[in-house]
Design a protein around this ligand. Structure first.
Ligand SMILES: [Zn+2]
Length: 273
């Protein structure tokens, strides 16, 4: 870990007016949550078509049975995962007023579990299920009895309940999209953590932060092109943003880097733990 970059990040964060974090699978790997796309990930063990929206609509009972099988066999460790030092450091940064929002591609609920309050979720949250008819939200564990009785589980209104995560072929929630673009537009520091940010809409957010605009959001308000914003990457490997969009890359474990940045900020504030 390059400690001079840790120091630099801490100094930038202390001077920032509005910092947002964009997080991906890399922040949760230390919590044992598998990266769906990596070797050994979920897609190598399960048929990805069970997460196609059209398939769910056509065969909700079949998809639910597969999900339950994943759950029971421990194939999804999301439900039992605990936040790690990276999630904790971001929750601390929000609590002391440094971080204003987290935009996450993760569905594991670990930012909320760590105590973060302003979390914008692109892909939903595995902890919840939603009624396809009335959009009523339930906690997954509240409907376990219902699931045991019959599949697919149903809402009080009779509608089919679907895991509240974005399936393939399903649109990103418009409110989350809109809010994340606003955050990217107004921030003066963006931390890009554990994501290669190659998939839209996440891919556009660092560009919007930098005032470089984005093809995807050409119809939306974009900040001034001369906007001064720091984009700091924390990732195990360089990404397409590195050297092109981001100011610098802190290469290594997200958990370790965020903990070191937090401790450096605490040193600078004269409040060492
Ligand atoms: Zn309903």
């Amino acid at each position: 870990m390059d400690t001079s970059l840790i120091d630099k990040a801490a100094e930038i964060l202390l001077k920032a007016r509005h910092t947002v974090a964009l997080t991906g699978a890399g922040i949760s790997t230390e919590s044992g949550v598998p990266d769906f796309r990596s070797p050994g990930g979920i897609w190598e063990r399960y048929d990805p078509t069970i997460f196609f929206y059209d398939r769910f609509i056509a065969q909700p009972d079949f998809v639910w049975r597969q999900l339950l099988d994943m759950h029971r066999s421990g194939g999804l460790t999301i439900w039992s995962a605990e936040p790690n030092r990276g999630h904790d450091a971001l929750a601390w940064m929000e609590a002391v007023g440094i971080l204003k929002a987290i935009i996450t591609q993760n569905i594991d609920n670990l930012h909320q579990k760590a105590g973060s309050e302003h979390v914008i979720e692109f892909h939903g949250n595995m902890l919840y299920v939603r009624c396809l008819d009335c959009a009523c939200l339930y906690r997954y564990d509240e409907i376990l009895d219902e699931i045991a009785r019959h599949l697919p589980p149903r809402c009080d209104c009779g509608g089919v309940l679907k895991p509240d995560i974005i399936f393939f072929g399903e649109a990103i929630p418009p409110a989350a999209l809109h809010e994340s673009v606003e955050e990217a537009d107004c921030c003066d520091v963006m931390l890009v953590i554990g994501t290669s940010a190659q998939i839209e809409p996440a891919a556009s957010l660092p560009l919007i932060a930098k005032g470089m605009g984005s093809m995807m959001f050409h119809f939306m308000h974009i900040g001034k092109p001369d906007k001064r914003c720091h984009v700091i990457e924390i990732n195990r490997e360089p990404t397409p943003l590195t050297h092109e969009v981001s100011d610098f890359l802190i290469q290594g474990s997200a958990g370790e880097a965020l903990q070191m940045i937090m401790e450096r900020i605490q040193d600078l504030q004269g409040k060492a733990p």
